[in-house]
Design a binder for this molecule. Structure first.
Ligand SMILES: *Cc1c(COP(=O)(O)O)cnc(C)c1O
Length: 478
């Protein structure tokens, strides 16, 4: 019908009706001119639209759900640069309050009101800061004793997260690796102590080993190092990489000693954006006492009556995560965190128990100390199956689930594991849906007439063509 009032040019096109939407998105050069904001928005939004929904990403450790108030607070503080402490001293003080709360959750003995610790962008930076401090303390001791300090090393299990390899390479520090094995599914304490010498800056214990979800026995390590140090006169300390456990243990296993209650634990790091329940990127590192944080690593300034310490490797960064963390502390309190972590662990235990009932699978461990479930194919099933866990990973991806399959580190590299992170937002109901999808995928795979390419590759021991995830949930082509 002819609309008499229609005047050409009045009606603006819908975003999808514009010429701009017919153009390819820029790849190499900045476009010549501007684009309407609604069109630009749509183009950018659509480019990531086909990705998994974060809440179906069971590969990541990182928080994928926060409530509306937290999200609002974080969006509202997106324009605040944390580093501008003079302009935003209240953010700096809030950060220091979070450091105090973390230190007390980990049973710090420090009596100073403002605890020694630092904000980081994640556990990677936090681990790095803890280890650098240990290195500098060791250099100090060696200098005082008139001994060389050019060959530092540290000891860690092969279950380490990739940041430790970076630490070793970037700062030229030898990484002595204690292999994981079928008998020693976490750090073998005797072996670790045997690897120590006068040049060892620290032993790193992991609470929530990224590959398996298990915890190193820090209490046993502490006792063994105490004996070792007494016998040798060395002062080998412990840094606990508690990326996951730092926010699980205090709430669910408060009686377990893994933290500053132990003599040689001098620093602990965690990810605020993992079970700290904050969107990325946020990490924390705390020292047992100010005296373990080398003075030349830190600037301390007084703001509004608080001692604020700046230690990070980064300069500018958003303040939003600090507001997010402080909000979660106030919103949830100890009880609330405990409830959330309890539910995550219960869902993990439920998944663990259901997988154990499936004839194809066996859980990697009997224990579920963290909300992380890892399993593998039963060796006798693997002998005859026409598929691998990489095929199951692909099948689940078709339902939107990201469940990574990956090979274990050297020594047990033939072992392929699958892992699910049971985070806040992965409910019992979603877990049942996942289990249903696993069961129907397995039924389809079992009915295959011919082996899959990954199965053939495994047979021939040739490199897999399948997309694989590394142990931190990052996808890599192998
Ligand atoms: C995730 C993880 C890291 C790295 O943490 P980010 O927060 O991603 O920087 C380090 N160590 C362990 C044990 C981890 O699980």
């Amino acid at each position: 019908m002819n609309d008499k009032n229609f005047r050409n040019g009045d009606a603006k096109s819908d975003a999808f009706g514009t010429n701009a939407m017919l153009q390819p998105a820029p790849v190499e050069k900045i476009p010549d001119g501007p684009t309407l904001p609604e069109v630009a928005y749509q183009m950018v939004k659509d480019e990531t639209f086909a990705q998994t929904q974060p809440r179906l990403n069971l590969a990541t450790f990182v928080t994928t759900y926060m409530d509306d108030y937290a999200t609002k607070l974080m969006n509202e503080s997106i324009s605040i640069n944390y580093i501008d402490e003079t302009e935003y001293p209240r953010v700096a003080v809030m950060c220091q309050k979070c450091i105090n709360i973390m230190a007390n959750l980990w049973n710090t003995p420090e009596t100073n009101k403002w605890k020694a610790g630092a904000l980081a962008i994640g556990s990677s930076e936090a681990c790095m800061l803890g280890a650098i401090a240990a290195w500098k303390r060791w250099i100090e001791r060696r200098k005082k004793a008139g001994k060389p300090y050019d060959k530092p090393n540290f000891v860690i299990s092969t279950g380490y997260q990739v940041v430790w390899e970076k630490f070793a390479t970037l700062w030229n520090i030898e990484m002595r690796q204690v292999p994981l094995s079928l008998e020693h599914t976490t750090l073998d304490v005797d072996q670790a102590v045997k690897m120590c010498d006068e040049n060892t800056i620290c032993v790193v214990a992991i609470e929530g080993v990224t590959w398996t979800g298990l915890n190193d026995d820090v209490e046993a390590l502490d006792a063994a190092l105490d004996k070792y140090n007494a016998a040798t006169g060395n002062e080998v300390c412990i840094h606990v990489d508690a990326a996951t456990g730092g926010f699980i243990l205090p709430f669910l296993f408060p009686e377990k000693k893994w933290d500053f209650r132990l003599k040689w634990v001098l620093s602990i790091s965690t990810s605020g954006h993992k079970f700290g329940l904050v969107y990325p990127g946020l990490g924390w590192v705390i020292w047992k006492d100010k005296k373990y944080l080398p003075a030349d690593m830190a600037f301390t300034v007084d703001y509004l009556g608080a001692e604020v310490t700046q230690v990070g490797l980064n300069y500018s960064r958003p303040a939003a995560q600090i507001l997010g963390q402080y909000y979660q502390f106030i919103r949830l309190g100890f009880e609330g965190y405990k409830n959330v972590q309890y539910n995550s662990l219960e869902v993990a235990k439920y998944l663990h128990s259901q997988l154990a009932l499936m004839p194809e699978f066996v859980n990697y461990a009997d224990d579920v100390p963290n909300p992380i479930v890892t399993w593998l194919m039963k060796p006798e099933v693997q002998k005859t199956a026409k598929w691998t866990l990489y095929d199951l990973q692909d099948k689940l991806m078709q339902h939107g689930w990201m469940v990574p399959a990956y090979a274990m580190p050297a020594n047990i590299q033939d072992m392929v594991l699958m892992r699910v992170l049971c985070k806040q937002g992965f409910s019992r109901d979603m877990c049942d849906q996942l289990l249903n999808d696993i069961k129907s995928a397995v039924a389809e795979l079992n009915a295959l007439e011919y082996p899959t390419p990954t199965r053939i590759a495994m047979e021939k021991n040739t490199p897999l063509v399948a997309k694989t995830f590394n142990h931190n949930g990052r996808q890599a082509s192998k």
